[in-house]
Ligand binder design. Sequence first.
Ligand code: NAD
Ligand code: ZN
Ligand code: ZN
Length: 354
Amino acid sequence: MSQPKIPDEQWAQVIEKDGGPITYKKIPVPKPRPDEVLVKIKYSGVCHTDLHALMGDWPLERKTPVVGGHEGAGEVVAKGEMVTKVEVGDYAGIKWLNSSCMSCTFCMQADESICPHAQLSGYTVDGTFQEYAVANAAHAARIPKGTDLAAIAPILCAGLTVYKGLKESGARPGQTVAIVGAGGGLGSLAIQYAKAMGLHVLAIDGGAEKGEFCKELGAMAYIDFTTAKDLVAEVKAAAGDEGLGPHAVLLLAPREKPFQQATGYVRSRGTVVCIGMPAGAMVSMPVFDTVTRMITVKGSYVGNRQDTQEAIDFFVRGLIKAPYKIVGLSEVQNVFDMMKESKIVGRYVVDMTK
Ligand code: NAD
Ligand code: ZN
Ligand code: ZN
């Protein structure tokens, strides 16, 4: 096939200083290294992690300036000479894990997200809020030709992360999982994955609009944290089984309070999975309850290459249908402004051609 024409310059959204705003500007188009692919990004989701990166929320060094974004879906337009398994013209996804060393003890066990040498899209290397982005070919997601690239973009971080989190929770079909932050980007996909995995969902978020949304997506009950008088009691009651509580909890909210509450309502022998990463937050739990009710609390961080392909496979089979809204690349800061106020229902996806 003829080689696609690649320009020298492109539009991008660049993080230049902590606190933002993010800067919409022209920058050079990157060139792929020998083990990388260059992807013409068609759509990129906007994740709350991009906002944490902009705000400098985390104790993790960030490259500055850096192009934000890590939910990029598009088409391979060039590749380095070592890349053999991906062809120009293939669909591909760029996710948070842009590359890893592939030789440390974690990479050897396919735990690449905890590789000490991992490079992160939109954080330590330039991400997907640009028309052309590079990623290590082994880590780029394989997306079947003909897939709706706008709809699959949020799967590349939000979908993958919640799918992995649900697996880490150990919840089995027929059991109940509480999803905290259920009306947001990760949450809306978590409801869909949980349903597809045969789980019952208790959705927790704020406001009536998010309640309607969560129920439409398949939640059996919605608890509004902004109006609940006793959130712990309400979650336990809603889980049925005479108030034993949900078997698992996925903590997706970018706020600290839920990380203090979850061990109060999770079922004995249950698992609390920490996924949201509010700035400076601590998990706290009573030792006595944790011991005598045999509660597990754990973290879950994106997912590996196999988890990625499994999460994509759920989507391709038509099991995951979370609504999203489209914006242009120049509008990313507006999305962040809404996100700061918890006003986003579902996910925003950037259309690179707008
Ligand atoms: P989002 O802003 O789209 O959604 C967050 C939701 O949490 C909103 O609907 C908000 O109303 C809700 N919320 C706020 N306070 C709450 C409370 N007290 N109780 C219940 N709900 C509450 O954000 P997102 O893109 O879904 O990301 C969520 C978090 O997950 C962020 O901190 C992000 O950095 C993190 N994240 C982690 C991983 C990982 O691998 N662990 C991957 C992706 C994102
Ligand atoms: Zn993300
Ligand atoms: Zn490694």
